[in-house]
Design a protein around this ligand. Structure first.
Ligand SMILES: NC(=O)c1ccc[n+]([C@@H]2O[C@H](COP(=O)([O-])OP(=O)(O)OC[C@H]3O[C@@H](n4cnc5c(N)ncnc54)[C@H](O)[C@@H]3O)[C@@H](O)[C@H]2O)c1
Length: 263
């Protein structure tokens, strides 16, 4: 039976793909037939290790280590990688702070923080998305073959998370930006959507999830009774990246085990 994801002939970029959700997305894009996956990560060794995993499974990958928060850097590594890969059709803006590294209740509230604290959240979760989209869109347009951009946000950005106000704001901004960009790009058959994740077991949140009491408290919020796995997130991201979602744009979809705003 034909794979409804239809990724053959497509070249995809995944940012922050050295571990966690991004790694899973990169592996799955390759497994579903992408011609080439551009694997970005801040850490060179992580990006190369994921490329090696893809190649060991028979796929093609290009490592593009670099920081998404630095516009000139993004311009350099993304242009080089796309030249290597032969084009660009799909972008998954996944690089971001995974969330709190510690028990949320120990973090300061917004009015106890200042600009130096905000920069970290805003840079990677908002400016990283803007930087990559600004360089990627003209590269996708060059192919005149449509395309898809998926921006990974957080349920914090959808519903607001106390003690993560700036993270919530940055992710919400990325979601609003996605909707506006979708309207600009619709006539070129380039779709833009966002995926809002709740607690997904990744290295980024491993320290937080070491505490069984914290895990129990978080899990109680999910009707499905468990935390998410990287594949839970990757499945929807792949669907939105592929032509199977050809009539879906300007949307934000949660992947959250049924979490609702309850408190
Ligand atoms: N894991 C969760 O519970 C959770 C919840 C909500 C949202 N999210 C979002 O999902 C995405 C992936 O999260 P994860 O848990 O897989 O993260 P993770 O921390 O496990 O992995 C993120 C990867 O991105 C890379 N990265 C970070 N900053 C970068 C930068 N400036 N440039 C390039 N690469 C960079 C890191 O090196 C790392 O390899 C993030 O955008 C995060 O905000 C995650």
């Amino acid at each position: 039976m034909e794979d409804i994801l239809c990724l053959n002939g497509r070249v995809a970029l995944v940012t922050g793909a050295g571990q966690g959700v991004g790694r899973q997305v990169a592996l799955d894009l390759a497994a579903h037939g992408c011609d080439c996956v551009i694997v970005n990560d801040y850490f060179d060794d992580r990006a190369r290790a994921v490329c090696a995993e893809i190649e060991a499974l028979g796929g093609k990958a290009v490592a593009a280590p670099g920081d998404v928060t630095r516009f000139e850097d993004v311009e350099r590594w993304l242009t080089d990688a796309v030249t290597h890969a032969g084009g660009l059709d799909i972008v998954v803006n996944n690089a971001g702070n995974a969330g709190p590294q510690d028990d949320l209740s120990k973090l300061p509230v917004f009015w106890e923080t200042g600009p130096a604290d905000w920069a970290n959240w805003l840079n990677v979760n908002l400016y990283g998305v803007l930087n990559v989209c600004r360089i990627a869109v003209p590269l996708i347009l060059q192919r005149q073959a449509g395309g898809s951009i998926v921006n990974v946000i957080s349920d914090a950005g959808r519903v607001g998370e106390p003690r993560l106000a700036v993270y919530s704001g940055a992710k919400a901004a990325a979601s609003g930006f996605s909707r506006a960009l979708a309207k600009e790009l619709g006539r070129h058959r380039i779709r833009v959507n966002a995926v809002a994740l709740s607690s997904v077991r990744t290295p980024g949140v491993a320290a937080l999830l070491q505490d069984e009491e914290v895990v129990k408290r978080i899990t109680r919020q999910y009707p499905l009774g468990r935390l998410g796995e990287p594949s839970d997130a990757a499945n929807l991201i792949l669907f939105l990246a592929s032509n199977a979602s050809a009539w879906i744009t300007a949307q934000t979809y949660p992947v959250n085990g049924g979490y609702a705003v309850s408190s």
